[in-house]
Design a protein around this ligand. Structure first.
Ligand SMILES: *[C@@H]1O[C@H](CO)[C@@H](O)[C@H](O)[C@H]1NC(C)=O
Ligand SMILES: *[C@@H]1O[C@H](CO)[C@@H](O)[C@H](O)[C@H]1NC(C)=O
Ligand SMILES: *[C@@H]1O[C@H](CO)[C@@H](O)[C@H](O)[C@H]1NC(C)=O
Ligand SMILES: *[C@@H]1O[C@H](CO)[C@@H](O)[C@H](O)[C@H]1NC(C)=O
Ligand SMILES: *[C@@H]1O[C@H](CO)[C@@H](O)[C@H](O)[C@H]1NC(C)=O
Ligand SMILES: *[C@@H]1O[C@H](CO)[C@@H](O)[C@H](O)[C@H]1NC(C)=O
Ligand SMILES: *[C@@H]1O[C@H](CO)[C@@H](O)[C@H](O)[C@H]1NC(C)=O
Ligand SMILES: *[C@@H]1O[C@H](CO)[C@@H](O)[C@H](O)[C@H]1NC(C)=O
Ligand SMILES: *[C@@H]1O[C@H](CO)[C@@H](O)[C@H](O)[C@H]1NC(C)=O
Ligand SMILES: *[C@@H]1O[C@H](CO)[C@@H](O)[C@H](O)[C@H]1NC(C)=O
Ligand SMILES: *[C@@H]1O[C@H](CO)[C@@H](O)[C@H](O)[C@H]1NC(C)=O
Length: 747
């Protein structure tokens, strides 16, 4: 998924290049990083910067441990991680959670202790341990990627794919490129993979999949392969098997036809290695914070470059999604599109494809276009006599929360969306929120400063109890009323809150009216019945996508089909991504801390100084942490899950990613589906409304809608439209980022 696009974009001239030139390490010896430099020097000017995988790996491992720096980094990391919501759930998971418990903060202490006692042989080992500890939270809103991880990446020569002969028989693993060949009409019989590096192929891939950050084994398995939906947006989504952690110098496949393929693995050198001839030189070039080479990487995303390409030069050509049929309507940045299946038997089916919940450019026009594309497509579908709708959210890692609510509101105009969240209650949140509360309650200041007041609060909207509503859609009376804290599952949390959709400042875009609210109170009839809609999921759904899916399931009563997963006759969860409702990058947290001094200074300079003697000082001025993180443009490649999404009626207030939820049906990919997305959609339509096609054992799971004993709460509260115009002040900047599933770095 997105986790690889930066390195790909930066390192790969052509993602489809299967033959790679790497220089031979055997002729060059000495300092491992000098071997990398020499290997690069031996390449031609148009060659990709590839060296043999072990050459890159040895270089990373030749960087000596920075003992004092690492201990400081871990202390500061723990302060930043106070913003994460789920630690006590991770160390003591509720029943139904499928992953192993992990004590993240305790684990960081152990790493620090091991650094102190000389237990690490290299700096790479320390940083990898930190990242993989956070990885075990299986929360793709939680990450810390070190500067080193953006210097050299590892890749294999092939992608894999898991293929069933008919969509219900257990699938087998194939070389992806083999399957594409057959779909391109080449006369060729691909052979399934029996073993990889001597292990049962399925077991090998499942184990390698543990490096991905999904909380579900089926989703992790899917994440190893190219993603059709993400590729449609122009992203080089080749899968984590292709681009992932180092696993030896080569990969050996044994096929069912008896043949063996031994394929060398490569290291992609993403940064310029000029002058790097030792581990010390590596550390001084790449590990010195923003401004050092590792930090300055531009992060062109494939998706946004596609969009940019189609919007430069005045007359933009009609954008077309890669590998997808002619759309009925498509967003200019390919974030959302509508299709009809013009084939006998499927005349009544429309497909809403939603690979992204935010246009890559993030521009105001593009966001408003998202709303209008959807409106146009639903109108076109109903007027063309379509009565059924497949909502394809495969590959969707999230985006901006308001667009998740928007799609739900266009599909269910008469339902008031629930969507309740809460934050971790900790001292930094309390200090900033209290400082803000003093400002918003200071009549003198507001009277004297009008406009300044508005710009002071714009960056702090989610601390502002006046902009949010309680669980019953009522005002919070005071900041204390909002903050709590409430002890739940052995930790402190704020009160549960909901957005006030009648106040555009409450959500993310002050220029945006959600359908049903503010300037958009004229709504049409519900376009499709619940039972005529189905969600098509591959587990990637994260963040905003899961807010949307929760509304669709709990309030819309819409069933879901999961596609892919492990080769077993069993149900699959529709969602394997974080179900958290907001993410903050470490850069966001640092800026909040720095800007909070201005709030305190409204009262007095003394107050600002006081604030600077608290944990806010560490967040505002970390000495080491933000010098050792990788950067995506200006934003740190580190983030937390800052808010939990909760289910209406769940008195335990369990963050939804800890609640097991099977899809109503599972289907496997066939070669034809991989080659043609219409076949994928036809399989979904047939499984949902036709003559079957669900994998045996995948239906009727108790946590699914069709499971029969499912009894989630139905909401029938009619929308109360409001017509209040939004006050005309700026973007609550932080909520804008409250979105991307994995790390902004990957966007
Ligand atoms: C065996 O299958 C593999 C994988 O499809 C293919 O690359 C190879 O050419 C086949 N070997 C023979 C001898 O057919
Ligand atoms: C791998 O192991 C699984 C489970 O033990 C087994 O069902 C499957 O047939 C094996 N796959 C191969 C290709 O040997
Ligand atoms: C299906 O028909 C619609 C309406 O005529 C058209 O817009 C769309 O492009 C067609 N789709 C394909 C894949 O031909
Ligand atoms: C209110 O703001 C004024 C400045 O406009 C400041 O002098 C005063 O201390 C503030 N009062 C409080 C209680 O923060
Ligand atoms: C809000 O955040 C932006 C971006 O970090 C910053 O430029 C601006 O100064 C902030 N505004 C206030 C009032 O702190
Ligand atoms: C919850 O917050 C209170 C202070 O408000 C603190 O005394 C207590 O230790 C916290 N509990 C946990 C589990 O963090
Ligand atoms: C929501 O915001 C609107 C616009 O600011 C405001 O008029 C309304 O009172 C708010 N709703 C509640 C329940 O406070
Ligand atoms: C609503 O419409 C008014 C008048 O056109 C406009 O000024 C305002 O920005 C709009 N607000 C939103 C949230 O769309
Ligand atoms: C806070 O303290 C740091 C030193 O730790 C200092 O550099 C900074 O200027 C102070 N900031 C404010 C707003 O007082
Ligand atoms: C759902 O049903 C189960 C079993 O009957 C019951 O224990 C549970 O409380 C119900 N949940 C809700 C939200 O009604
Ligand atoms: C929810 O809605 C479904 C379908 O409309 C209905 O069958 C079910 O009884 C409802 N459940 C509750 C708890 O209201």
């Amino acid at each position: 998924m997105r986790a690889t696009s930066l390195l790909l974009a930066a390192g790969a001239a052509s993602a489809s290049a299967m033959t790679t030139t790497t220089s031979s390490p055997s002729t060059i010896t000495g300092e491992p990083c000098a071997v990398v430099s020499a290997s690069l020097a031996a390449l031609g000017p148009s060659d990709r910067p590839l060296v043999p995988a072990e050459v890159g790996y040895n270089c990373l491992n030749s960087v000596k441990v920075d003992v004092a720096g690492d201990i400081q980094q871990i202390e500061e990391l723990k302060a930043y991680l106070q913003w994460q919501t789920t630690f006590t759930y991770l160390s003591n998971p509720p029943a139904g959670y499928t992953e192993k418990p992990v004590d993240i903060l305790g684990g960081l202490d152990s790493i620090s202790q091991k650094v102190k006692s000389g237990g690490y042989s290299s700096e790479w080992a320390v940083q990898s341990d930190i990242s993989s500890l956070l990885n075990q939270a299986y929360d793709n809103h939680l990450a810390f990627l070190s500067d080193m991880s953006f210097v050299i990446a590892f890749e294999r020569a092939f992608s894999l794919v898991s293929i069933s002969k008919d969509g219900v028989a257990l699938p087998e693993l194939y070389i992806y490129e083999d399957i594409i060949k057959t779909q391109n009409g080449e006369k060729f019989t691909p052979s399934a993979i029996n073993t990889i590096n001597g292990q049962n192929a399925t077991s090998y891939v499942s184990n390698q999949a543990l490096q991905t950050t999904y909380h579900d084994a089926d989703t992790r398995f899917n994440a190893m392969f190219p993603n059709q939906a993400l590729m449609s947006t122009g992203e080089n989504s080749l899968g984590t098997f292709r681009i992932g952690n180092y696993d030896g110098p080569s990969t050996t496949f044994v096929f069912s036809n008896g043949s063996t393929l031994d394929s060398p693995n490569s290291a992609v050198v993403v940064q310029s290695f000029d002058g790097v001839d030792s581990g010390e030189a590596f550390f001084s070039k790449f590990c010195q914070g923003p401004g050092s080479s590792a930090a300055t990487t531009a992060a062109p995303s494939a998706a946004s470059s596609t969009a940019a390409a189609s919007s430069t030069g005045g007359q933009a050509p009609t954008p077309s999604p890669t590998g997808y049929p002619e759309p009925v309507v498509i967003h200019s940045e390919l974030a959302i599109g509508g299709y009809f299946i013009n084939e006998t038997g499927f005349e009544d089916v429309a497909v809403l494809s939603i690979p992204l919940f935010e246009p890559p450019s993030g521009k105001q026009d593009a966001i408003l276009e998202y709303q209008s594309v959807l409106r146009e497509f639903l109108a076109s579908a109903t007027s063309s006599g379509k009565t059924r709708l497949i909502v394809d959210t495969r590959g969707n890692g999230g985006g901006n929360i308001i667009l998740g609510f928007e799609i739900f509101k266009q599909l269910f105009p008469s339902i008031a969306p629930f969507g309740a969240s809460r934050f971790h209650a900790h001292s930094a949140f309390e200090l900033i929120g209290a400082a803000l509360a003093d400002v918003v309650n200071n009549e003198t200041y507001i009277h004297e400063n009008g406009a300044d007041f508005l710009s002071d609060v714009e960056n702090f909207s989610f601390f502002d109890y006046q902009l949010l509503l309680d669980i019953n859609n009522q005002d919070f009376k005071t900041f204390e009323d909002y903050y709590g804290p409430h002890i739940i599952h052995d930790d402190n949390y704020t009160s549960v809150w909901r957005y006030n959709f009648s106040n555009a400042l409450s959500t993310s875009y002050p220029f945006f009216s959600l359908t049903g609210y503010i300037n958009e109170t004229k709504v049409t009839a519900q376009p499709f019945k619940s039972e005529n809609i189905v969600l098509l999921q591959d587990g990637f759904c994260s963040s905003t996508c899961t807010i949307f899916s929760e509304l669709m399931k709990e309030q819309g009563r819409v069933e879901s089909i999961a596609i892919g997963g492990l080769p077993v006759n069993a149900p699959m969860q529709a969602i394997g991504g974080t179900k958290g409702s907001m993410t903050l990058t470490f850069t966001n947290i640092q800026q909040l801390a720095q800007q909070s001094f201005q709030l305190a200074a409204v009262q007095s300079e003394k107050m600002a100084e006081m604030l600077n003697s608290t944990i806010i000082n560490t967040l505002a001025y970390p000495q080491q942490l933000l010098n050792r993180v990788a950067y995506n443009g200006a934003a740190a490649a580190a983030q937390v899950n800052a808010a939990d999404n909760l289910r209406n009626g769940d008195a335990s207030e369990t963050p939804l990613e800890f609640v097991y939820e099977a899809a109503d049906c599972k289907v496997f990919y066939t070669a034809e589906m991989v080659g043609n997305v219409e076949e994928t959609w036809k399989a979904a339509a047939t499984a949902q409304w036709g003559k079957g096609g669900c994998v045996p054992g995948s239906t009727d799971a108790p946590s699914s809608i069709s499971g029969g004993v499912y009894n989630g709460t139905n909401s029938t509260n009619p929308t109360q439209p409001h017509t209040n115009a939004a006050p005309a002040w700026g973007v609550p900047g932080l909520l804008v980022v409250a979105a991307g599933a994995v790390i902004a770095l990957f966007l």
